[in-house]
Design a protein around this ligand. Sequence first.
Ligand code: PLP
Length: 422
Amino acid sequence: MTDGTGWQEDWREHIWLPYAQMKHIAPPLPVVATNGTRIRLADGRELVDGIASWWTACHGYNHPHIRAAVTRQIEVMPHVMFGGLVHEPAVRLATRLAALLPGDLDRVFFSDSGSVSVEVAMKMAVQYWLNRGIRGRTKMLAFRGAYHGDTFATMAVCDPDEGMHKHFAGILHENIIADLPHDDENAATLDALVARHANEIAAIIVEPLVQGAGGMLFHEPEVLRRLRALADKYDLLLIFDEVFTGFGRTGTMFACEAAQVVPDIICFSKALTGGTMALAATVAREKVFEAFWSDDPARALMHGPTFMANALACAAANASLDLFESEPRLEQVARIEAALQAGLEACRGTPGVRDVRVRGAIGVVELEKIDDLAALKRRFVARGVFIRPFGKIVYLTPALTIDNIDLKRLTDAVVHVVRQIP
Ligand code: PLP
């Protein structure tokens, strides 16, 4: 069933799609509608979305409360230039984020993507030192295999040896890449590395609890406590990239809460609007913000995306926060975690499976290798699910509203497909 216009094929002529130019990747599926945890394809098939639109649609698609809020906002003011003008949806959202976040993380800079939220965080960190008359602190300390975005500066904090952007090694600004301090031994190694480079480092940047696109690697809250202690010892800023982990994915509203560690700057995007609109927020502590508070333009943070604090997106984000308050969203994560654990357990011991791990609403089956990614994706579709493995990782990150029936469809599909891998 198509609409007869042929648009399902026309995308090839005019649209650049990430990775679609790579021959081994299956072509994109034409989608016409989304609802709840389902995706409807142009040919009428319905798939259960196993990845919540790349970790964004935490309340499922087309939630009536978010739809109503966006509809109300579009009638009044969809977008207006921000800065010089300021509007209620943005002020309300910033106030609510500040109230939800731990410590004095209460100064919100709005932008429009995860990469830009991280880029801004790093700019803030470097400028923070410049404003103190220190010009040498321009590097970031980042972690092996990490992924923080696709802009030039965020690519430079993705691991040049193992990360997605390694082909740019030697071209990008050089940062310092280290191992996460999982135990006393690598904490001591990291301490020695920082001691050597302390006067070059502006900030430590890390994804708390789960290194998402960088391999879906889990680490313990203790790691974050060690990083906070290290940052305090050497007077570095600590940036948490919660673009993936923010808004319930790991079981608390923000992953940093599990460790009770307050970073100096924190980044959000993806699920901030419940996955409906492009919006991002970089939130800084008073101490960071204070460094910019001056009449001297050279001390200000020069960054002003045209669509910053888009009013529709802010309305969607406020509605998303309403849902975290009014519906038992975080309470559902334990149920999802248990279902993922029970369902994916059957993959353990399957030839070709290296590891199975679950944390919060994240289920990971790590394979030894994936030879035919396109075939794998097709097999998932044939089982009625939409799952997009990357690297050697098959992961489930469904909406936090997913019911047990759809969860079972997802985990059964993963078990079935993984067992078929030659
Ligand atoms: N940071 C993390 C941890 C991410 O997972 C991503 C995207 O996957 C980004 C940054 C970049 O976000 P965006 O794709 O919105 O630019």
